[in-house]
Design a protein around this ligand. Structure first.
Ligand code: C2E
Ligand code: CA
Ligand code: CA
Ligand code: CA
Length: 274
């Protein structure tokens, strides 16, 4: 009884109610954010270690809230996912990324493919392929300029559904990247089941390259594994020249990270592409 009493008491500590309240307040702001036009997209370059050129960009959402200032996607994307607000936000991200591709095309910039992160709910929706196809047609942009990033946990939720959606997207000419590779529970099974084009080595393995020989062994193996499966291998979170040189010497294909460039606002991203 004493134990139970303590647990009940804990439910009503001011700290917890404040936390719950903060969540509600954030949720309310998030609910308003789309119509208030508080979101923007930044673009982080992907650098090819053989051609020494920028060959892609990852679109990353940014939120400046009227009430809370800048909130990181690591904080609000999970909340958006739980509440279902991600459906609207995800559509906005896809549409905005494609609008930017179109804008860059019109400005005769050298355009590289733009990778968009998909959330679990977005991926579960039955009309995802149709939505994307309609968007590409509406804006008349080539599917080769759009890439999609999914995570293992998204892919594993319903393996058969995932395989068929990925096949349909690839049939359109859209490239698929497996994000945060190596952090899930079934990374190898994911490689076995899913049709993929790219593997993104999670930044947790890249952080201590050139310092930690275990991470080096893991990254070496992922590169070999990816190449054995004919996939383009991307290292995420590259922050130093030493890491970049190491990855290049190991035959990694692409690198992304602060050492190459932080995520850039649209006009700066356009300048980097040339
Ligand atoms: P992610 O897809 O793994 O994206 C990479 C994250 O690493 C980004 O954080 C990026 O800014 C950060 N990063 C890039 N280079 C470095 C580096 O050298 N060092 C370090 N420490 N970090 C680096 P960001 O933009 O805060 O996004 C966090 C996560 O939020 C993303 O992880 C992704 O899971 C999610 N996210 C971001 N934008 C979107 C979106 O438009 N839709 C969905 N569904 N999720 C998104
Ligand atoms: Ca990503
Ligand atoms: Ca990632
Ligand atoms: Ca991540």
């Amino acid at each position: 009884a004493k134990q139970k009493g303590r647990n009940i008491f804990q439910l009503y500590t001011p700290e917890l109610s404040t936390q719950a309240q903060q969540r509600l307040v954030l949720e309310h702001s998030l609910y308003k954010a789309l119509e208030r036009q508080e979101f923007s997209l930044h673009y982080q370059p992907q650098f090819c270690l053989t051609s020494q050129k920028i060959v892609g960009m990852e679109a990353l959402i940014r939120w400046h809230s009227e009430e809370h200032g800048w909130i990181s996607p690591a904080q609000f994307i999970p909340l958006a996912e739980e509440t279902g607000l991600i459906n609207g936000i995800g559509d906005w991200v896809l549409e905005t990324a494609c609008q930017n591709i179109k804008k860059w095309q019109g400005l005769n910039s050298i355009i590289v493919p733009i990778a968009v992160n998909l959330s679990a709910r977005q991926f579960q929706k039955n009309d995802l392929v149709k939505t994307i196809l309609n968007l590409l047609n509406k804006l008349s942009i080539s599917p080769r300029l759009l890439e999609l990033e999914i995570t293992e946990s998204i892919a594993m939720q319903d393996v058969q559904h995932t395989v068929s959606v990925l096949r349909n997207l690839q049939k359109l000419g859209i490239k698929i990247a497996m994000d945060d590779f190596g952090t899930g529970y079934s990374s190898l099974a994911a490689l076995k089941y899913f049709p993929l084009d790219k593997l993104k080595i999670d930044q947790s393995f890249v952080r201590d390259l050139t310092v930690d020989s275990q991470d080096e062994a893991i990254v070496k193996s992922i590169i070999a594994l990816g190449h054995g499966l004919n996939l383009t291998v991307v290292a995420e979170g590259v922050e130093t020249k030493a890491q970049l040189d190491w990855l290049e010497s190991m035959g990694c294909d692409l690198a992304q990270g602060y050492f190459i460039s932080r995520p850039l606002a649209e006009s700066d991203a356009r300048a980097v592409m040339g």
